[in-house]
Design a protein around this ligand. Structure first.
Ligand code: C2E
Ligand code: MG
Ligand code: MG
Length: 615
């Protein structure tokens, strides 16, 4: 009768093969947990979860079924099927054993087939819940809960086309669900939902652990802050769905640049962090950073379109730059900001003196308040050279802060603080006055006079009396306004474009020249560009960097130049460092070139010497 005994034993062997579900996401293997979690998000079906316990037929003898229970304590219920394999009953262990522990029951019913006892003693016959094999365990949980949990231990039969297929137990089912919910909560708290990579919280945990381990082993930990260049522009123009796909592709690409013990995390928006553990020395981090920057030269393929996006990276090393793991990210951020300021599409290592962290921020701010009065601000000047004549036509004034303790600080270290604190107004006026004074001084000994390009911060530009200030400073310094060129960044100019247009027209009436700085990185509306009374576009460095390896950038530069031509604007290519970059940008018919290839920004006193030896 009980032909399936052997099968039953097998099904309840001592070492049952693990349930598929048991292998799923575990926090201890968190690096790849998100891969597992992808599968887990669809709740497993009862079939996946439960072993397929062989049933008995209605003609099986009662005492044989009792033996089955007695031999194997892990059998919680035995399914009963009819000749056509249709589930008929579920005999629950405790009820059955309890019934047969009465002596008369064994004597009277022991040798009878199940069909008889099941009909006579409904208490031992648990009416099974019949569910389809594909029913998810979440649905089954709902059934169990709706039924007031009374099936917690009795289990139910699972059918496929009404045929018996296996048996599931409510208790273990709920255990699995609880486990999965815990995993889910862990996942939600530690992983970024869009890219499925670790989030800031998990990254901080791992950073903390990595630093502890590095301390023990005498190794180092590298932390990289990665920020995409021009992501907002892509997101705004291509739509957020496209932006999301791009972020996912970026996460994948970053992961392909690291070793399996390292972590890529999404900090939010278009910001990522890369944690490099167990580094023998800091150069390893630079190698990885270079690999990432290089790899970003390849296009991303999103929705059958090829798109180029670059990244700016900042690196901070534990314990070289910082011994507190919690402050390391702020330093990597400061280094990233430096990479952005110096032209994007590059990496920078943290160096003392970069603005960072809140504490540092406020102390820098209070120092900055006195910087003008203490004569600590200086301007350096970088030549802008005509491609046609090879002559220096103008210079750009670039601010530096000679900090008494921290040394010479670049604008990346303090312009943001100056803007946030409002100090930029005084600083901006100082820059205007100093640059105008210097231009006048050079005009006396250098012919033709150099054009002086001056950066204007958005905060400064939006002040109601901005034009008035410019007019006053021009009068005070006695400079011819046609030698001044004010540089506005693209986003600054395009935001509230109607107000901007009025200010630009007023400035034009004063007689100064106007340039759009970092062109191509912001969000330009071509019709505004046409209406704005501007003179020059400064092509952003991110298009120039390594242009010989990025055909798309060469096309972008050519497109900007021809756009400028059609609007009767001149162009300056910024950040030209190498001969190859020089060749390609000048071949793209840019009018002027500014970059380390010709000269780095230099103090005023060096400029005349440089001019005389370089013209
Ligand atoms: P920017 O106006 O786009 O200035 C160009 C920046 O690129 C300068 O950085 C310059 O030193 C750097 N650069 C020039 N050629 C090359 C090159 O070949 N390779 C590389 N890697 N970099 C090159 P700097 O002086 O650090 O200034 C950064 C930014 O700070 C400026 O970008 C500008 O936005 C801002 N800034 C500078 N001076 C002032 C100022 O007086 N007022 C305001 N509001 N902002 C300023
Ligand atoms: Mg500039
Ligand atoms: Mg620029």
């Amino acid at each position: 009768m009980l032909k399936r005994e052997a099968g039953l034993d097998h099904a309840h062997g001592n070492s049952p093969s693990p349930l598929p579900y048991e292998n799923l996401s575990k926090p201890s293997v968190a690096r790849n947990a998100y891969l597992d979690f992808k599968d887990m998000q669809v709740a497993p079906s009862v079939r996946q979860l439960h072993r397929m316990l062989p049933p008995v037929t209605r003609s099986a003898l009662c005492c044989d079924v009792l033996n089955l229970f007695m031999q194997d304590a892990s059998i919680y219920a035995i399914p009963v099927i009819d000749e056509a394999s249709v589930p008929r009953a579920l005999i629950e262990r405790h009820a059955y054993i309890e019934y047969f522990s009465r002596t008369y029951s064994i004597e009277v019913f022991g040798r009878k087939p199940l069909s008889q006892i099941v009909d006579i003693a409904p208490a031992i016959n648990n009416r099974p819940i019949v569910v389809d094999a594909a029913t998810s365990i979440d649905d089954v949980a709902a059934i169990i809960i709706d039924a007031g949990m009374q099936h917690m231990v009795s289990g139910f039969i699972v059918t496929d086309e009404k045929k018996y297929l296996g048996i599931a137990n409510g208790h273990s089912l709920l255990n699995s669900i609880t486990q999965r919910k815990q995993d889910e909560l862990y996942y939600l708290a530690h992983y970024d939902q869009l890219t499925r990579i670790p989030n800031r919280m998990l990254m901080n945990d791992r950073l903390h652990m990595a630093c502890r381990e590095a301390k023990r082993n005498g190794t180092q930990v590298g932390l990289m802050f990665v920020d995409l260049d021009r992501f907002k522009q892509i997101n705004d123009t291509m739509g957020h769905g496209f932006g999301d796909l791009l972020l996912q592709a970026v996460a994948e690409r970053l992961e392909s640049c690291i070793r399996c013990n390292d972590t890529v995390a999404r900090l939010g928006g278009d910001e990522f962090a890369v944690l490099l553990v167990n580094l023998p020395d800091a150069r390893e981090a630079e190698i990885t950073a270079r690999r990432i920057v290089d790899y970003f030269r390849l296009p991303f393929s999103i929705l059958e379109r090829e798109i180029f996006i670059t990244a700016s990276l900042g690196i901070a090393i534990y314990p070289v730059d910082e011994t507190e793991s919690s402050s390391l990210l702020a330093k990597a951020d400061a280094a990233m900001y430096e990479a952005k300021q110096s032209g994007r599409n590059a990496f920078r290592c943290y160096a003392p003196g970069l603005a960072m962290g809140l504490m540092d921020h406020s102390s820098l701010e209070s120092d900055l308040r006195h910087a003008i009065a203490r004569n600590e601000l200086v301007l350096h000047y970088q030549p802008q050279v005509s491609v046609a004549s090879g002559k220096t036509i103008g210079v750009e004034a670039l601010i530096r802060w000679q900090h008494p303790q921290r040394g010479l600080l670049s604008p990346a270290a303090f312009i943001r603080i100056a803007e946030e604190s409002g100090l930029i107004i005084d600083i901006g006026n100082w820059v205007l006055r100093e640059a105008c004074r210097q231009q006048r001084a050079w005009a006396l000994c250098h012919n033709p006079p150099l054009r002086m390009a001056i950066n204007i911060s958005a905060v400064q530009f939006r002040r109601r009396n901005f034009t008035e200030n410019v007019r006053r400073i021009i009068q005070e310094t006695g400079i011819d306004p046609c030698h001044i060129e004010l540089e506005l960044t693209e986003n600054n100019a395009m935001h509230h474009a109607d107000d901007v247009l009025n200010t630009l027209r007023e400035l034009k009436r004063i007689g100064v020249k106007l340039a759009i700085d970092d062109f191509g990185t912001g969000f330009s509306n071509l019709s505004y560009l046409q209406r704005f009374p501007i003179d020059r576009l400064k092509i952003d460095q991110s298009f120039i960097r390594g242009i010989e390896n990025v055909p798309a950038n060469e096309s972008i530069v050519q497109a900007i130049v021809s756009l400028a031509r059609s609007l009767s604007l001149e162009t300056v290519a910024e950040g030209v460092e190498t001969a190859a970059e020089y060749e390609l940008t000048s071949a793209s018919a840019c009018d002027e070139i500014q970059g380390y290839y010709h000269a780095r920004p230099m103090p005023a006193e060096d400029l005349l010497n440089w001019l005389s030896s370089n013209q």
